[in-house]
Design a protein around this ligand. Structure first.
Ligand SMILES: [Zn+2]
Length: 84
């Protein structure tokens, strides 16, 4: 039986073309992690505020979407983004 995910790893930010995976870095413990997006979100503006919680130390913080780095590293932990 396959479990349906409520989150997606790839979205489009701003005018950049194509769906991509994004990473954030925790400002508190400096650990990078993958960002997961709510399944209903395919695109956000590049100035959107993204709320994140660090999967390592638990620190909550926010970033502007255009500051996220496009990268794919399945070794990293991931955390779900919240877009208000
Ligand atoms: Zn952290």
């Amino acid at each position: 039986m396959q479990t349906e995910s409520l989150f997606r790893s790839r979205i489009q930010i701003g005018n950049h073309s194509g769906l991509k995976s994004f990473q954030a870095t925790c400002p508190k413990c400096s650990e990078p992690f993958n960002v997961l997006w709510p399944i209903g979100i395919l695109w956000i503006p590049e100035h959107a505020t993204v709320y994140l919680g660090c999967p390592y130390c638990g620190a909550p913080f926010l970033v502007v979407a255009c500051d996220l780095l496009s990268a794919e590293n399945s070794q990293l932990r991931s955390s779900e983004a919240y877009i208000p």
